[in-house]
Write a protein that binds this ligand. Structure first.
Ligand code: ADP
Ligand code: ADP
Ligand code: ZN
Length: 215
């Protein structure tokens, strides 16, 4: 099964992805995670991407498309299917992905859009914390680790706030992506692939609705 998980920053893509990947055994590919890892390792890709991610701007399509194309051609993805989290984010990316799927002789099975009120997104991003070791995401109030200051996934005790989640950066990211996401939603709607879920619901409710779609 090949799934796209779409939503504005803070919609819950990362949170839902963890569960979906667990239950459906698809390969989770998050372009934001790939960029953050490359930035941490200071690779050429990371140095280039940082110029954009630091300001909450999108990394150019040529870079992002090349990266995803390469990842989708790898054996684990071919064998198990994928869940793309945070890609496509421009209509050019959506079209590049379609061409990619054609040349791989594969197809997208479902596109899930997690729909959340923009005011809710701001509160979510301002409280988002990530594990410094494995990158798992939590929210200080809405979704804290089960044991205080301890990552559920890996047991580490260091958490950090993403640079692009600082309040002055958040509004810019939401506004920018609100515009670029609309034509993509129309594109998948016309292809009959789009499913919308109400992302204002609780984490568990959202996941139940996603399960109903994926079966
Ligand atoms: P969020 O979880 O807030 O939605 P991500 O972790 O998915 O954010 O992405 C972080 C940053 O990485 C984005 O603000 C953007 O700079 C870059 N990025 C991620 N995915 C893409 C993409 N598909 N196209 C261009 N840039 C991207
Ligand atoms: P995205 O990957 O779409 O940017 P995340 O999954 O990182 O979003 O979620 C953003 C923040 O909101 C995180 O702090 C997360 O714990 C929290 N969160 C996610 N889903 C919900 C929800 N349904 N209700 C409340 N908080 C949520
Ligand atoms: Zn961790």
């Amino acid at each position: 099964m090949n799934i796209l998980l779409m939503g504005l920053p803070g919609a819950g893509k990362g949170t839902q992805s963890e569960q979906i990947a667990n239950d459906y055994l698809v390969v989770h590919i998050a372009t934001g995670d790939i960029f953050r890892q490359a930035i941490k390792e200071e690779t050429p890709l990371g140095l280039e991407a940082k110029r954009y991610t630091d300001h909450g701007n999108l990394v150019p399509d040529e870079i992002t498309n090349g990266l995803v194309r390469e990842r989708l051609s790898q054996e684990d993805v071919k064998a198990n299917g994928f869940m793309l989290d945070g890609y496509p984010r421009t209509i050019q990316q959506a079209k590049a992905l379609s061409e990619n799927m054609d040349s791989l002789g594969s197809k997208i099975d479902a596109v899930i859009y997690i729909d959340v009120d923009p005011e809710v997104l701001k509160a979510r991003l301002s409280g988002r914390i990530s594990c410094g070791n494995c990158g798992a995401t939590y929210h200080k109030l809405y979704n804290p680790p089960k044991v205080e200051d301890t990552c559920d996934a890996c047991g580490a005790h260091e958490f950090y706030q993403r640079e692009d989640d600082k309040p002055e950066k958040v509004a810019h990211r939401i506004n920018l992506q609100m515009e670029s996401i609309q034509p993509i939603l129309e594109y998948y709607e016309e292809l009959g692939l789009l499913h919308r879920v109400n992302g204002d619901d609780s984490i568990d409710q959202v996941y139940n609705n996603i399960r109903k779609i994926l079966g």
